[in-house]
Design a protein around this ligand. Structure first.
Ligand code: B16
Ligand code: MG
Length: 219
């Protein structure tokens, strides 16, 4: 029986990916790497340091920096990102998500956030959703990033639920893989080819219908 929903943040509740990409592009340009717009998809769901590593590899500069220098680069990107997301408002909640969260609450479902972003509390505050979630995984406490299932298992445990009592929502292939490795029901939001491991797929949040998803889950 369905008792809880678990949500990724970037690409599911809000499109913070555009802010991540812009901040990474500015940082990368400063060290001589031009990141194309399509690179944004590669960064989805990855931790901050994993994102930096793939950017440096893309620019063939993975051996050019010490760990300390890499941390300084990541901190610089983060400062620019934090500055940008401070302009976010409720208008940045993706279509249908506010209604879906309210419907779920009205049905008595427990809600958790499973975002790799250390900035999730700030973003939820900007979106006016800070009080919506019963639990939030602190990514700083995790050993492994997505596609490892750790973050989804932790979210489910924080809600005090079993794997067959939750539905989890993701936009990234690494995130869908994490949900399935956790043994949970996965809703993928995005390209059906890229997210083919999910149990239920919609092209965008506009197409989400919780009642329909629940029917497939219970079937
Ligand atoms: P931060 P999600 C992820 O969010 C983003 O998709 C990814 O691009 C970002 O690098 C990661 O959060 C870490 O974010 O630098 O703010 O800690 O999709 O897991 O909600
Ligand atoms: Mg995401």
């Amino acid at each position: 029986m369905l008792k809880g929903l678990i949500f990724d943040l970037d690409g599911v509740i809000t499109d913070s990916a555009v802010y991540h990409l812009k901040a990474w592009q500015d940082l990368a340009r400063g060290i001589g790497i031009e990141l194309p717009e399509e690179f944004g998809d590669k960064l989805r769901g990855l931790s901050r340091m994993d994102s930096l590593e793939i950017i440096l590899e893309y620019g063939h500069k993975e051996n050019d920096y010490s760990q300390e220098e890499k941390e300084a680069l990541a901190a610089k990107k983060n400062a620019a990102y934090v500055n940008a997301v401070k302009n976010m408002t409720r208008a940045d909640i993706l279509p249908k998500m506010d209604d879906l969260l309210k419907q779920a609450k009205g049905q008595g479902l427990k809600l958790a956030l499973a975002s790799a972003s250390k900035n999730a509390p700030l973003i939820l505050k900007q979106l006016g959703l800070a009080d919506m979630f019963d639990a939030r995984v602190d990514p700083a406490t995790l050993k492994h990033g997505k596609p490892d299932p750790e973050i989804y298992i932790r979210a489910q445990e924080l809600l005090g639920l079993e794997k067959n009592e939750v539905i989890s929502f993701e936009d990234a292939p690494a995130g869908v893989a994490a949900i399935k490795a956790a043994g949970q029901f996965a809703v993928g939001i995005g390209d059906p080819i890229v997210l083919k491991g999910a149990d239920y797929i919609v092209g965008s949040t506009s197409a989400l219908d919780l009642t329909e998803i629940e029917k497939v889950f219970e079937a």
